[in-house]
Design a protein. Sequence first.
Length: 288
Amino acid sequence: AARTRLEVGEATKTVLLRAEAELAGAQSDLIRADNNLSIAKTRLAQTVNISGDYELREPEAGVDFEMPQRGSTGLDFLTADCKQPDIQCLSAVAISNRSEIKASMKRKDVAQKQVKYAKGSYWPDLSIEGVYVREENEPSSSFSLDERIYGTLKLNFPFFEGGLRKAEVSQEKARLRQAEYRLEDLKRSINVEVENSYLIVKREAAVLNQTRAEVEYSRDNFNSVTKQFKYGLADSIDVMDANTLLVTAERELASAKFAYQFSVLSLQRSIGTLLKTITEGQTTVSSE
């Protein structure tokens, strides 16, 4: 457009030189971006053990990440089956799925059984023994006993042990209390982690929505300034400023999308469903 205006005498040589400089800079940025993309694809191939060339494409809607609508966090796929508020629902999912909670509950169950075993030492020990003896003698005698059967019943009750059994029971009860305290502290920590991750998702979703609006306004502004420049109502500096604003907004939108997707992954890790999601995704890819 600048060259055309220069040819008809509506613009100066400076306008064309400025446009050519802007074009050269954009082409240089494109070369760097292509090189960075090639490096990233090589690293990705090494990470997932892919040989040969491959193509990257955006996931289909509903398959992977679906960008949230305005005023939404986009977490309906995590809280669709829950009637509680989002944060309470996510906390409940985390409590039921996190491996740390399951391990801590196992330790608590073991501690409860240890208390029962320790209390069982108060009971006396009862043992029963039985003996069967058979003898074969040659020559045999009518007065000898060829078979004998007898048994023994023993009841052992310790009358004095210096408080050993009571100390053992107290020790196991203390371990049970420790296991309960660790479980409750772990639940509180996970709830805080889930709430923090949820708030980050809300923040990134709001930033993403605002960045979308910024891109729309920047694109409308660029189109308007470009038309004005075409008809001589704006100069090249206005076009370059509008283009810079649009490119900056689009870059911010790409960063906002990445930040939102990463925050959703962090939330899935917090509630303990990330590994399941990855496994299901691998199954889908292998079947395709």
